[in-house]
Design a binder for this molecule. Structure first.
Ligand code: SER
Length: 442
């Protein structure tokens, strides 16, 4: 099953069960300046989970564009993605545990035809804030999940939220798919990261509000918030053990392999992930820059370009690859096709800016590397990281990555210090200028 088919099945199924399909919110939250990006399907719904009336009703479903950058260092393995799509269904004080679990079970076993023996689940084991979730486990048993396939864990595994420091949250029940691989050890279970069990869906029973002082208060209403990652679920349904093998990525991966003179799977995956995230960000109005969302986009694009170079692909091929990528992604997001020229131009412009300084920056880095080697140090001075940032436009993680590839570390503390000083100086300079202009006007 292709990703688009899975998404359509999902939305139709929940529509049939009385849910209104609502549109995805943009990647940059519209009314929440406290966060840079939408990181979960529930984020745009926070006011409604807290009790406000949603115009579309109490049962909602959608697919939400999400971006998470906290795991950016892990991109390059078989599953981590910065941009991903999360499908979800919500009950805003309507159904609760029983109906939520039963619908998930029905969707997995009858719509997706997943054999029940492949399904394992986990529930919240209970603590001082919230009791053990016997109720969820009982519903699972009623559905036909044998007790030995139901596990209980604490907050680390079976609690979701709040999305920031405070807000709606609650115990969850997570659904895992057993890949059929051998257990990695006697105690191997769904909480183990060995890859035997893959998390496919998370049903959160949002009945608490975490306050700013860390207390859990009962919410006015009992909500359900579920999240099913589109790419990961597609991978599982296609029997792949690597998300980059699904049809969203595969043709671009093959193209990279064809053009590249130095096959490096990690670089391929970083490019596949970062380029897709960049396309989606530009579509949602973000432009490369030096602060906030713009700086994240700049970093994603510059890292992509660096990895192009690393695997020996001529950078002129970027344009064609972006073109093909937009065509593929256009099946899921038709708005991309409409904005193709605009998106390509933004990416090309940033590429042109960065390639001017990339080679010189790499030369500077190599000089610093030799210096560190000669003085028997295994750390690159933070001043070098700062100069590369300031003069050559190298985001610090690019320098850090270059260093790691040679077995070196970088002094990020010193970089951060210098960066802060620089910010303060520019702020003072700007204030000075402003004052000057003001007095001239007077
Ligand atoms: N909020 C939960 C998650 O992000 C379920 O949607 O996993």
């Amino acid at each position: 099953m292709k990703a688009i088919e899975l998404r359509n099945k999902y939305l139709k199924f929940f529509e049939k069960h009385g849910h209104k399909i609502i549109p995805s919110s943009p990647l940059v939250p519209e009314n929440d300046p406290s966060v840079l990006f939408t990181t979960a399907g529930m984020q745009p719904l926070i006011p409604y989970l807290l009790g406000e009336t949603h115009p579309a009703g109490k049962r909602l479903t959608d697919y939400q564009k999400c971006l998470r950058t906290d795991d950016i260092e892990d991109v390059g393995d078989t599953g981590h993605l910065t941009y991903f799509e999360m499908m979800g269904n919500w009950s805003l004080g309507d159904y609760f545990k029983e109906e939520s679990i039963k619908m998930s079970y029905e969707f997995l076993t009858t719509e997706l035809n997943i054999p029940v023996e492949r399904i394992f689940v986990t529930c919240f084991e209970g603590d001082n804030d919230c009791p053990r979730d016997i109720e969820a486990a009982k519903v699972w048993e009623k559905c036909g999940i044998a007790p030995e396939r139901i596990f209980f864990f604490g907050k680390k595994e079976n609690w979701w939220g709040p999305a920031g420091t405070h807000g709606p949250c609650g115990p969850d029940t997570e659904i895992f798919y057993d890949t059929g691989k051998e257990k990695c050890c006697k105690t191997c279970n769904p909480s183990c990261g060995c890859g035997k069990y893959l998390e496919i869906w998370n049903n959160v029973f949002m009945q608490y509000n975490k306050t700013v002082d860390g207390k859990y208060e009962e919410l006015k209403q009992k909500n359900v918030d579920t999240g099913l990652g589109l790419e990961r679920a597609t991978m599982i349904l296609q029997g792949k053990n690597n998300v980059f093998e699904i049809e969203i990525f595969k043709p671009i991966l093959e193209e990279l392999e064809k053009f590249s003179s130095n096959h490096d799977m990690k670089s391929f995956r970083i490019i596949l992930d970062h380029l897709r995230a960049s396309i989606m960000l530009v579509q949602d109005g973000v432009r490369p820059g030096n602060i906030e969302q713009g700086y994240i986009l700049r970093r994603l694009l510059r890292r992509t370009i660096r990895h192009f170079k690393k695997i020996g692909i001529d950078i002129v091929n970027l344009e064609k690859i972006v073109d093909n990528y937009i065509d593929i992604l256009g099946e899921l997001y038709p708005e991309l096709t409409e904005n193709k020229v605009k998106i390509k131009n933004v990416i090309e412009e940033e590429k042109n800016k960065f390639i001017k300084t990339l080679a010189n920056g790499e030369r500077e880095f190599n000089k610093a590397l030799v210096k560190a080697q000669n003085s028997n140090e295994n750390i690159i001075d933070g001043q070098v990281v700062f100069n590369l940032y300031e003069t050559y436009g190298f985001p610090p993680e690019i320098t850090s990555e270059l260093a790691k590839e040679q077995g070196f570390e970088v002094d990020l503390n010193k970089f951060n210090e210098l960066y802060k000083q620089h910010q303060e100086k520019s702020r003072a300079g700007a204030e000075q200028k402003f004052k000057g202009r003001f007095s001239r006007k007077e």
